[in-house]
Ligand binder design. Structure first.
Ligand code: B12
Length: 214
């Protein structure tokens, strides 16, 4: 039986094959597969499988790196299409996004950024391993409606709290709403650190931002 396009995308990431991932992503677009579905039902499943195998000690870091690269290769084909799909004339609000200090995971945050842009928000993506002080400085500089903090490591989750505390110390609480996300984070964690919101995936992140900017 020929594999489905989702299986092809998933397998390319599991095999850490960037070329195959890019080709499968192009094939997905040619067959009119919605790009977000290609990411969530294909690429992201592959990266999750490799992550699970890594945590069980079944694969090494090199496989994790290759899977991450393959995911990014596929996304480089799919994200521009999502971004171009809905060009809004007026902007719905400004969102500043970054991954907290000590954490270099970018994939999930970048998906959130693209989806928000596609929905008409202005997004300033300040990258990964961002120091708390830099978040504060960038909030002062850009005056966003929303600040999104991504964390993929349990060890870096406290940095989300650190940013919120530093914003308060700088007198910026209330001026910007802070939302958090990333695989290990939860609504309970958001409540504990007094974040204004939490979302578990990019689609609910867009809903959350829309709600908070209304
Ligand atoms: C790919 C990957 C990597 C790549 C990252 C490449 C890149 N440029 O991002 C590389 C190889 C570099 C990497 C490195 C490491 N990794 Co890693 N990695 C992963 C993996 C497999 C996938 C992450 C991912 O991209 N998922 C796909 C995206 C789509 O999902 P997502 O990130 O969760 O994002 C979604 C939501 O969370 C949400 N979201 C995300 N951000 C935000 C932000 C906001 C504001 C909102 C609202 C929502 C939101 O929306 C997104 C889209 O739907 C995970 C496993 C996993 N299951 O998560 C491990 C994982 C996160 N890594 C792990 C580890 C341990 C590491 C290393 C420490 C390994 C090492 N020994 O060096 C290093 C850390 C380096 C560092 N200092 O950051 C552990 C973390 C364990 C823990 N609980 O702390 C995991 C869980 C693997 C595991 N099972 O052990 N990793």
């Amino acid at each position: 039986m020929t594999p489905s396009i989702f299986e092809e995308l998933e397998t390319a990431v599991i095999e850490g094959d960037s070329e195959k991932s890019e080709e499968a992503a192009k094939k997905a677009l040619e067959s009119n597969t919605p790009p977000l579905e290609a990411i969530t039902n294909g690429l992201a499943k592959g990266v999750k499988t490799v992550g699970d195998r890594f945590s069980k000690g079944e694969v090494f870091l090199v496989e994790l790196i290759m899977a991450g690269d393959a995911m990014k290769a596929g996304m480089s084909v799919l994200l521009p299409v999502i971004k171009a799909s809905k060009a809004e004339v007026e902007t719905l609000g400004k969102v500043l996004l970054g991954t907290v200090q000590g954490d270099i995971h970018s994939i999930g945050k970048d998906i959130v950024a693209t989806l928000l842009e596609a929905e008409g928000f202005e997004v300033i993506n300040i990258g990964e391993d961002v120091a708390s002080e830099t978040f504060v400085d960038k909030v002062k500089e850009h005056n966003p409606d929303i600040l999104g903090l991504s964390s993929l490591l349990t060890a870096t989750m406290p940095m989300q709290q650190d940013v919120i505390e530093k914003l308060k110390a700088a007198g910026l609480d209330g001026k910007v709403k802070v939302i958090i996300g990333g695989a290990p984070t939860t609504q309970e964690w958001a409540d504990e650190i007094e974040a204004d919101g939490y979302a578990g995936d990019a689609v609910s992140a867009v809903d959350l931002v829309k709600r908070l900017t209304k």
